[in-house]
Ligand binder design. Structure first.
Ligand code: GLN
Length: 475
């Protein structure tokens, strides 16, 4: 049986199990399962057992051990952990040990969470299949010949396998929602600024988010409530009150107005389209009113995203120069040769492609034509959503045009890989909350996720709808 945050809590408070026993067992299980998926890059037994011991001591003293007490969890390896290797899936950082913890990690541990390991991901969170990791791809636990999705594929696979109860991922253009959809788990990309980015290795700073992956909507909501909120270390983190999300999961969604974007439904493979359509019927039966809406700028979203994100990535990746971080090429005679060799040997092909593209769109003479234009298109995309939310409370859409594809199927065709992000990058560009909730499986047994998007800072409505949907699917 899979554990949840609530079942762990019950086991601890009824003294059926101690947090230390649970952590030992979770580590053993995760290490034994890992060869099947390569979901974890490294484990953190000392840190896990120390955290579990703190929880056991709190319980023994009769104190509240926190909302994530004793919960075994995993963190994507682009999120910094003090004293614990953080590689970003890159050869460049293969031996990098950060001097501080990301704020989200600090908050998880304050809440009693037990970090058991760091999860595999595409290099610097660039990709859609987890095949860009320098440490080998992750396999989808549902079908090991297929990708788990990217870039938080390790976190999604760990949760789907049951080796972690919940996990942290990062989402720039879909990297939590798409792997959640491919692996059949819940994945949440909160409002931009909801969760501090302090300690998240930057891919594209205006688009980067940290968010939860979990097996239930309630667990994802609990995790987000723990990590969200203003942080003095990140000036873009929002000073907005954080609701106690799980309290609002009352199953009542009657009268909610939902929009189905016409532009998202036209190119779907029939199986994904059919599953989303039956998901929408479930929501209608729960009393939601569904209407068609239009998000006309959708056609420009991929081009817009791959201009803005590569521009920001080219700048963010400039810091990996062989001086400030671990890897340095051994065979250079001059300083500029050392830079060239270090970056040439250290970065994988996808990072290099993006550095070149991003440098080009930022260069003199092209900046206005590409970068400035893309920023204008970004405003149009955000305006489409703002207009839609005058009419509806939430938008329901697919996450991906297709379910998990085969390993190797798209690696040689970057454009085909980029096109798979079409339904997720729009929400990222607008900075609104969006999530994937399991919506059934294809005849071949591959999971398909349904995406729910709501107004800025209205994660509460998003969770309420997803939770009601999840319960209706189960009953
Ligand atoms: N697939 C998208 C990209 O490659 C999204 C990645 C992400 O969200 N980190 O940029």
């Amino acid at each position: 049986m899979f554990l949840t945050v609530d079942s762990v809590r019950e086991a601890l408070l009824s003294r059926q199990s101690s947090a230390s026993e649970l952590a030992t067992e979770a580590l053993r299980f995760a290490e034994a399962e890992n060869p099947r998926t390569n979901a974890y890059l490294h484990f953190s037994p000392e840190r896990a057992l120390a955290a579990a011991k703190r929880v056991d001591e709190q319980i023994a003293r009769g104190e509240d051990p926190g909302p994530l007490a004793g919960v075994p969890l995993a963190v994507k390896d682009v999120i910094l952990t003090k004293g614990l290797k953080t590689t970003c899936g890159s050869r460049l950082l293969a031996d990098y040990v950060p001097p501080y913890d990301a704020t989200a990690v600090v908050r998880l541990e304050w809440a009693g969470g037990v970090l058991i390991g760091k999860t595999n991901c595409d290099e610097f969170a660039m990709g859609s299949s987890n095949e860009n990791s320098a440490f080998g791809p992750v396999r989808n636990p549902v079908d090991p010949s297929r990708v788990p999705g990217g870039t938080s594929g390790g976190s999604a696979a760990a949760v789907a396998q049951g080796t972690a109860v919940v996990a942290l991922g990062s989402d720039t253009g879909g990297s939590i929602r798409q792997p959640a959809s491919f692996c059949g788990v819940v994945g949440v990309c909160p409002t931009y600024g909801r969760v501090s980015r302090y300690g998240l290795t930057a891919h594209a700073s205006s688009l980067d988010h940290i968010g939860p992956l979990a097996r239930t909507v309630k667990d994802a909501a609990t995790l987000l409530a723990v990590i969200a909120g203003r942080d003095a270390c990140d000036s873009t983190s929002a000073d907005a009150p954080v609701p106690d999300y799980p309290v609002h999961l009352d199953g009542n969604v009657k009268g909610l107005k939902l929009g189905l974007p016409r532009e998202y439904l036209k190119d779907l493979t029939s199986e994904t389209g059919d599953l989303i359509a039956s998901g929408v019927e479930v929501l209608q039966r729960l009393g939601c009113e569904v209407r068609e809406i239009s998000l006309p700028a959708t056609d420009y979203a991929i081009a817009c995203y791959y201009i803005i994100s590569t521009a920001e990535a080219s700048s963010n990746l400039a810091r990996f120069d062989g001086v400030r971080y671990t890897f340095r090429s051994g065979s250079s005679d001059t300083l500029s040769e050392m830079y060239r060799n270090t970056r040439g040997e250290g970065f994988g092909a996808e990072c290099k492609r993006r550095i070149m593209l991003g440098t080009y769109v930022l260069s003199h003479g092209y900046y206005d034509a590409y970068y400035v234009k893309a920023q204008k298109v970004r405003s149009l995309i955000a305006r489409d959503f703002a207009n839609a939310f005058q009419e509806v409370d939430a938008i329901v859409a697919p996450v991906s045009p297709f379910p998990a594809f085969k390993l190797g199927e798209k690696v040689d065709d970057p454009i085909a890989m980029y096109l798979s992000d079409i339904y997720t990058i729009t929400g990222s560009l607008a900075g609104i909350p969006c999530m994937s909730v399991p919506c059934g499986s294809t005849a071949g047994g591959l999971p398909v996720g349904m995406q729910i998007l709501t107004r800025h800072f209205d994660e509460t409505t998003m969770f309420r709808l997803a939770d009601a949907f999840e319960k209706a699917q189960r009953s």
